[in-house]
Design a protein around this ligand. Structure first.
Ligand code: MN
Length: 718
């Protein structure tokens, strides 16, 4: 047997005979091996091994959970149809209908292409789940098949490795967990982690190795001590030191725990013969070693949903170190490691698909739930989603633009993602793109999303509102850390001091300031004096902002806003590619300044002498004079912005300019060349506006029409 494969049938047979003795069964297993050998003869695996080593290894893995004969036969034959060109009719003739349906079930799942788009991923997962609810042996073989493929995953390229690992963690290990197949689950998880996050994986391995000798010594001492104790009370037992799985350590570290805090690193398992002895052993251990409060769990009286049974306790053991102790019978251990497979001993009911399946449904709530969800299935997406959310685990996998996988809990947002990437990224997040589309920061991420975080180094840091929607504790903690760096109280105190000093310096009394408080709060968009202080204290606003907000006349606000809207849309459109001219590929085009056409306007071109085509609005009176040299032009799709001119007629005495500018600012519309003509009858404000198209312009015009005092708005043609 090589490191990762079973190379001979003799090896497999030897293992099978340790728990299967029925002559017919052994004969069938051998026949299926010979059949598979024949079908795969001449084929090689990517590892260079003969193909037959793969089905042999899959069957060998399954002997580890004492799988019955028909499951082993299924394992040996599992690739014969797809990769060995076996004829299903022939399989049926030799091995019977039950085995054929098993092999067909695996073939169906094998054909799934997991690297496809999200729709096909969903469909694949649906097939796995349906397969599971139809014949659990299909999934058990699939798990072993995947385990052997993961063991030889090094032959594939990195992209394929990561995809396989992700898919394994996504659906197969949760199923293994639900089926209680701990040994296979643990191996799959570790291999997946190794390929998905090699840095984290090897970091844990190294840290474990660094402390291994020390831990082994402590555990050995504790084992001796507990063993003496149980011997004194005549309880027959065995005790084994137990190493925590790397994946479970990874999960705890990922939740923010420190390596040194994972105290169940020191762990042992006590095996006894009977259930009463479990409780006796527990009592005896507790009488000598004080238990840590709230760490005792009785999974014997209350088994887990996957049938797992054990007593769990954590005690202060030798040298005052914490030890996690599990106490169970040998029978419970079999269930804990092999799960569902340990329950369908073929002797009980024969290798009959229906019998096994109904046994399964009786014993595992999981199956009933899948059946129920399947019955209520509206569409495959919903079904897979509910199974994963309600029955499997609450985890999604999303990608960075570079393709790195980030694991997040269900319902996580771009902010969770950002903090997972790096604290600094989280702190400076200003926006997020999911699958290239801009989303709000509380957007719920979905499995397989590609997330790009937009950061700004000028960002003032995280927002308190984020705490209301982030899902991960990691993000919550980091946001809170940011704020607690300067606690609210301190900021208020500091802000008050700063303002008092500044008022004194400018010879303004506090009363004078307080008289303008309402105005100040409105201008600063704050709710109370304390908020002014705390924002001052934390540096979110400065003294100049506060004094300006309190004492500067309104006009300055208008000026500031004007500055802002004048900066909007400053980029000049490159006119040549935004207009198509009938019959010309490459010709200079300009938009006429008399009528300033924008996309959406009906337009016409005019051939000028020497400076290309001048484009006018169809209704431009200047065009009528030029009809001989007119030519058809059309708008191309583009993302440019365009300048056009509007006139706003308003009654005298209403200041309409400030609200217009503020509406422009909030709609991201640039403003140029403002001319305000006033006379006794009213005022006409002429403004150049920079917009994307006619639709945006008309929305803006409608907005303006709602402003008090505005009578009419029209586009200007000079
Ligand atoms: Mn296979």
């Amino acid at each position: 047997m090589s490191k990762y494969s079973c190379e001979s049938f003799e090896k497999l047979e030897e293992k099978v005979k340790t728990y299967i003795s029925d002559f017919e069964d052994l004969k069938l297993i051998e026949t299926s091996y010979k059949y598979a050998y024949d079908k795969h003869f001449g084929s090689k695996r990517l590892t260079g091994e003969d193909y037959i080593t793969h089905p042999l290894s899959v069957a060998y893995i399954l002997t580890g959970i004492n799988a019955d004969a028909s499951t082993l036969v299924g394992a040996l034959l599992h690739d014969t149809i797809e990769y060995g060109n076996a004829d299903p009719e022939e399989i049926k003739k030799i091995f019977g209908e039950d085995i054929l349906s098993l092999v067909l079930g695996i073939t169906k799942i094998n054909r799934l292409n997991f690297s496809g788009d999200s729709e096909s991923v969903i469909n694949n997962q649906r097939k796995i789940l349906v397969g599971l609810s139809e014949d659990v042996r299909v999934i058990i073989i699939k798990l072993a098949d995947r385990l052997h493929n993961m063991k030889t995953l090094f032959v594939l390229n990195e992209k394929k490795q990561k995809e396989t690992a992700k898919e394994t963690l996504d659906i197969l290990t949760p199923i293994a967990h639900r089926l209680g197949m701990n040994s296979i689950k643990t191996e799959l998880e570790e291999l997946s982690l190794r390929y998905l996050k090699p840095d984290e994986y090897y970091d844990i391995v190294e840290r474990l190795n660094a402390t291994k000798a020390e831990r082994d010594a402590s555990v050995a001492k504790m084992i001796e001590s507990v063993s003496d104790l149980l011997n004194k009370h005549d309880i027959k037992h065995e005790i084994k030191g137990r190493s925590k799985s790397i994946y479970s350590i990874y999960k705890k570290l990922d939740k923010g725990k420190r390596f040194s805090d994972i105290y169940d690193l020191l762990a042992l398992r006590v095996f006894v013969n009977t259930e009463p002895e479990c409780y006796q052993a527990l009592g005896i251990i507790h009488s000598k070693f004080k238990p840590k409060p709230n760490r005792f769990k009785d999974y014997i009286a209350m088994p887990k949903t996957n049938m797992y049974q054990s007593l769990h306790t954590t005690v202060f053991g030798v040298d005052g170190q914490l030890y996690e102790i599990q106490i169970r019978t040998y029978e419970m251990d079999k269930v804990a490691e092999n799960g569902i497979a340990s329950h369908w001993s073929y002797k009980e009911h024969g290798s009959n698909k229906a019998a096994i399946q109904s046994d399964m449904e009786q014993k595992l709530q999981f199956f009933k739930s899948i059946m129920e969800l399947k019955q209520n299935e509206d569409n495959p997406e919903e079904f897979v989603k509910s199974v994963k959310e309600e029955l499997l685990k609450n985890t999604i996998y999303v990608f960075t633009p570079k393709g790195d996988v980030i694991e997040l809990p269900n319902g996580a947002t771009p902010i969770d993602f950002a903090y997972k990437v790096h604290t600094k990224v989280g702190d400076q997040t200003t926006g997020a793109l999911v699958n290239s589309a801009m989303v709000p920061l509380d957007h719920e991420l979905k499995d397989n999303d590609v997330v790009k975080i937009i950061t700004s180094s000028s960002s003032t840091g995280p927002k308190r509102e984020w705490l209301k929607f982030v899902k991960t504790n990691q993000a919550k903690t980091k946001i809170k850390n940011f704020f607690s760096k300067a606690s609210l109280d301190e900021n208020i105190k500091k802000g008050e001091e700063l303002l008092t000093k500044e008022l004194k310096r400018q010879k303004i009394t506090f009363n004078e300031f307080e008289e303008n408080l309402d105005k100040t709060l409105t201008n600063l968009k704050l709710g109370s004096l304390n908020e002014i202080y705390s924002n001052l204290g934390s540096g979110k606003i400065n003294l100049e902002n506060v004094i300006d907000a309190a004492f500067k006349p309104e006009k300055d606000k208008e000026e500031k806003m004007m500055e802002k809207v004048q900066k909007l849309g400053t980029k000049e459109a490159d006119k040549d590619h935004i207009i198509s001219v009938a019959g010309f590929d490459d010709i200079k085009v300009n938009l006429a300044s008399c009528c300033n056409p924008i996309p959406g306007d009906r337009i016409i071109g005019y051939i000028t002498k020497g400076s290309g085509i001048s484009v006018h609005r169809m209704i431009c009176p200047n065009v009528a004079k030029l009809n001989e040299r007119l030519i058809d032009v059309t708008w191309n799709e583009n993302k440019e912005k365009f300048l056009t001119t509007i006139v706003v007629y308003a009654s005298v005495g209403n200041d309409v300019l400030v609200p217009i500018i503020s509406k422009a600012a909030s709609n991201d519309i640039g403003i140029r060349n403002v001319v305000n003509n006033k006379n006794a009858d009213g005022q006409a404000v002429e403004l150049g506006v920079i917009v994307k198209n006619k639709e945006e312009l008309f929305k803006f015009i409608n907005n303006i029409k709602n402003i008090t005092g505005v009578k009419e708005v029209e586009r200007l043609i000079k």
